[in-house]
Design a protein around this ligand. Structure first.
Ligand code: SF4
Length: 258
């Protein structure tokens, strides 16, 4: 719906706070190592705040002054959370916000890598995350993204990073070695996904993929399968009652009655 039909999905507060944290950290890590302090991060946050404040998505949120203050606090917690993971003064930065445009396993791959670090044994891909760190069973799926970035950087500059890392700000770092077999696995999955997407586009058939996240899907009111999933979960008490899609599909009264 977002990419094929191009139905807008305005970023919510959490996503925008994450964008702001990324912006500040990007600029902080471009500073000389000795300057990468929390004090400097505060100055950068003040300097770059207008970019978010004037963002269409932020304006659409229509936050009150108190809510905007809370938004800034959430973003600051994410920014400050970098220091719980590493000392930024000790990071040797090769690039920030590195654009990637490469062919990975026959698939055109584009993206932006938050940070490429240089460590004694080679390059490391690092990606900031302001959301909740995954439970152990979802870690591999989350690492696929940075492994693909590593594969794409390898294609683009001819040097494949040694490790790929997710920095869950304020929580923990998840890291993996970029081995031949790990790359082969994720690139194979990418090629399979690309092939399935190409078939879907050619046949204009897009199967719904229902699950617990339907409750948080901004398109739930336009998706019959998703609505059926949400209602079934509601009947079984398997959905949080604050899931936004409940209101979107008019199931709030059902929830209240239940
Ligand atoms: S409601 Fe569920 S199945 Fe439908 S588009 Fe959203 S996430 Fe996919």
């Amino acid at each position: 719906m977002r990419y094929v039909d191009r139905i807008p999905d305005p970023p919510g507060q959490a996503a925008l706070a994450g964008t702001f944290a990324h912006l500040v950290l990007e600029h902080l890590l471009q500073e000389d190592p000795a300057n990468r302090s929390t004090e400097r991060a505060k100055v950068l946050a003040r300097e770059h705040w207008p970019e978010i404040e004037n963002d269409e998505g932020f304006i659409e949120l229509g936050l009150t002054d108190d809510e905007a203050r809370h938004f800034r606090w959430i973003a600051w917690k994410a920014i400050e959370g970098l220091w719980t993971l590493e000392n930024p003064q000790g990071v040797v930065v090769e690039a920030t916000e590195q654009l990637i445009d490469a062919d990975v396993g026959g698939v055109p791959f584009r993206g932006i890598v938050d940070r490429l670090d240089r460590e004694p044994d080679g390059l490391v891909v690092s990606d900031y995350k302001s959301g909740k760190a995954p439970r152990p069973r979802y870690v591999d799926a989350k690492l696929s993204q940075v492994l693909l970035y590593a594969a794409a950087i390898g294609e683009q500059i001819g040097i494949r990073p040694k490790r790929a890392r997710l920095l869950y700000l304020g929580q923990r770092t998840i890291e993996t070695d970029v081995t031949d077999s790990a790359v082969e696995t994720v690139v194979g999955e990418l090629a399979d996904t690309w092939s399935a997407m190409t078939t879907s586009c050619e046949t204009e058939t897009f199967a719904a993929s229902t699950g617990p996240l339907c409750g948080w899907c901004p398109y739930a009111d336009q998706c019959d399968e998703g609505q059926a999933e949400i209602k079934s979960r509601l009947e079984q008490g398997r959905i949080r009652l604050d899931a936004p899609a409940l209101e979107l599909i008019g199931a709030v009264s059902m929830a209240a009655a239940g």
